[in-house]
Every structure is written in structure tokens, then in C-alpha cells.
Design a protein around this ligand. Structure first.
Ligand code: SAM
Length: 307
């Protein structure tokens, strides 16, 4: 058993089944044994997954071009800066250095009390712990995690209440199982408080409410050595766990929705300025990977605060 499995199994023995939120928080972010907190690097060829940010320098070149346009729209404000949420290995730090870049991750950085500029993220919201809800006749129940015969299993918990019930009432898709990402909505509140004037760029796997019917069993996935698995309860601490981002609740926050598009559309817009000359000169193969390999899968939500 992994160290996290032992910790979680003991918690279940002492207090009964756990919420999936607790399970995922410990599996990914336990300070010592969590997947993202251990010395082993989960990113890249020797790790478990690639992100667009690792396609450097081309991803950095295009995102910097895109952000320069946004800065122009804000009248080249001298206060302009870029903050990245869930910066991981800090892949964007070189490309975004010209904007006074700040990286935030679990072990570093924090949103400023007040800022002007861009709050950027790539695969941040899909890494936040979620609750899992099951639709039953006449309502919704919270799915829990129990431990039996040396392995973790799903079990039915109590009817949902509080913020999860409110979320389910407003956004429940026509699916048997779905995730509720309250942490994402908390982050949106923090962003609204911090960003006086500027833009939010959120890049992630995800869906709108109208598309949610594509996922009748929810969207949880785990990743190990570049292979996706749907058993997210196995080997906690040893695999990444993600949930596709529900973009509709994020669009319903108090920021103005400027655009919701595929990453390909966003990168095409960014490359327009010089017909992709800078990206082509740097690495044409990377440009192909970003546009055609990843471009259709990822979505980009662009929000605006202030004028
Ligand atoms: C899938 S990785 C993406 C990293 C990077 N953006 C990339 O694209 O390569 C998700 C990152 O979000 C970070 N993260 C998760 N929860 C966080 C939180 N509450 N505060 C700050 N960072 C968090 C994780 O530690 C991890 O580095």
C-alpha cells in the first residue's frame, strides 16, 4: 500500500467513508506523500503526462504574443503584470518574464490583494479536488470512498447538502455521476477580488453544461506513465487525478465572458500578428503539436474585469 493509502485507510477505519474531495486532496497534495508534493517529477517523458506548457519555446512565444495584445487593449498600463495559477515547474517563467511574471503553486506565491493585468492558468482547474455526486430517484447523493479487503471502493453517502446541493440544483447535468468543483468557484471569487482590471485566461480540458451529456459517468481520470485509467481510487499518491472543468459555472461568475474557444482558435489568433513567423523560426514541429495535437482538445476561457 502507498503511504497515502495507509493514511486514508486509517481515516476511514476511525471515522467512516471519506468524501472524494478528501481522497483527491490527500492523493495529490498531502505535504509529504501527495502526488504533486513528492520529489519525483510527474511532468514530461520520464513522468506521467505532457502539458502544452512543456512545448517550449513555441507555446511561450504564442501566449506572450496573445498577452501583449491584451496589454494593448488595457492601454499599455504600467501596472500590468501576469500571475500564473498552478505554475508547476514554472515552464512559462522565461516567456512571460517581460510582464513581471509571478508563479503561484501549492508551495509558493499568492494572488495579490489588488492587481491589473492577466491571471493565466493551464491545467490548473482540472487538478483541483472535486466532490462526486450521484443522481438518484428524487435527488442527489454524495459519493464516498470506503476501504475493504485492501482496496478502496466507492459507496453511497448521504443526500447532498449546502453548497453542493445548491450547485447540483443549478448545474446538474443529465448524467448519473458528475463532479462538483467548489474549489474552482472559490478560486473564481479570489480572482474577482484580486483582479481590478484585466483578463483571466483559463486553459483546460472541459465542457459547458450543454456538452455535459457526453459524460454520463463523470469525467474523473487518473494518469500514470502516459496512460489514462478510469480507476481513480488505485494507488493514491502514485498517479495524477483530474476532472474535466465545468466551464459554465465559471462563466456565471461576475467577470465578463469575452470568449470561449478551443486552444487552436486562441493560438491562431495569437499567431496572426506575425503569421507565426516567430513560432516557425523557433520550432515548426512544436507549432504543429500545439495546433493539431492539443489544439482541439483544450478549451480557453477568456474573462475580463473592469474596463
Ligand atoms: C496539471 S499541473 C499543471 C502545471 C502547469 N500549469 C503546466 O501546464 O505544466 C497542476 C498544477 O496546479 C497546482 N495546484 C493545484 N492546487 C493548487 C492550489 N490550491 N494552489 C496553487 N497551485 C495548485 C499543482 O501543484 C500543479 O503544479
Amino acid at each position: 500500500m502507498t503511504p497515502i493509502a495507509e493514511i486514508l485507510a486509517q481515516e476511514i477505519q476511525a471515522g467512516g467513508p471519506l468524501t472524494f474531495h478528501r481522497f483527491m486532496s490527500a492523493a495529490l497534495y498531502h505535504p509529504e506523500h501527495g502526488y504533486y508534493r513528492k520529489p519525483r517529477d510527474p511532468f514530461g517523458r520520464g513522468g506521467d503526462f505532457f502539458t502544452a506548457e512543456q512545448v517550449q519555446p513555441v507555446f511561450g512565444i504564442l501566449i506572450a504574443q496573445f498577452i501583449r495584445r491584451l496589454r494593448e487593449e488595457l492601454g499599455e498600463s504600467p501596472e500590468f503584470r501576469v500571475v500564473e495559477l498552478g505554475a508547476g515547474r514554472g515552464e512559462m517563467s522565461v516567456a512571460l518574464a517581460e510582464f513581471g511574471y509571478t508563479a503561484i503553486d501549492v508551495d509558493r506565491g499568492a494572488l495579490p490583494d489588488a492587481m491589473e493585468g492577466v491571471i493565466f492558468s493551464n491545467e490548473f482547474f482540472d487538478a483541483l479536488p472535486v466532490h462526486v455526486v450521484k443522481r438518484v430517484d428524487g435527488g442527489f447523493i454524495d459519493r464516498r470512498v470506503t476501504f475493504r479487503d485492501g482496496t478502496f471502493h466507492w459507496c453511497d453517502g448521504p443526500p447532498v447538502s449546502g453548497a453542493i446541493a445548491e450547485y447540483a440544483q443549478q448545474y446538474a447535468p443529465d448524467a448519473e455521476l458528475f463532479e462538483v468543483n467548489l474549489d474552482a468557484l472559490e478560486w473564481m471569487k479570489l480572482i474577482q477580488r484580486s483582479l481590478r482590471r484585466g483578463f483571466v485566461i483559463a486553459i483546460d480540458y472541459g465542457y459547458t453544461n450543454r456538452e455535459a451529456m457526453r459524460f454520463p459517468q463523470g469525467t474523473l481520470m487518473s494518469y500514470r506513465r502516459h496512460t489514462a485509467h478510469d480507476d481513480v481510487l488505485a494507488d493514491p499518491g502514485e498517479r495524477d487525478i483530474t476532472a474535466h472543468v465545468a466551464f459554465t459555472p465559471m462563466m456565471d461568475c461576475r467577470l465578463e465572458v469575452v470568449r470561449f474557444e478551443t486552444m487552436m482558435q486562441m493560438l491562431m489568433r495569437a499567431g496572426e500578428a506575425d503569421q507565426f513567423a516567430a513560432a516557425m523560426a523557433a520550432n515548426p514541429q512544436q507549432l504543429k503539436t500545439l495546433l493539431f495535437g492539443m489544439g482541439e482538445t483544450f478549451r480557453v476561457l477568456l474573462l475580463r474585469a473592469g474596463k
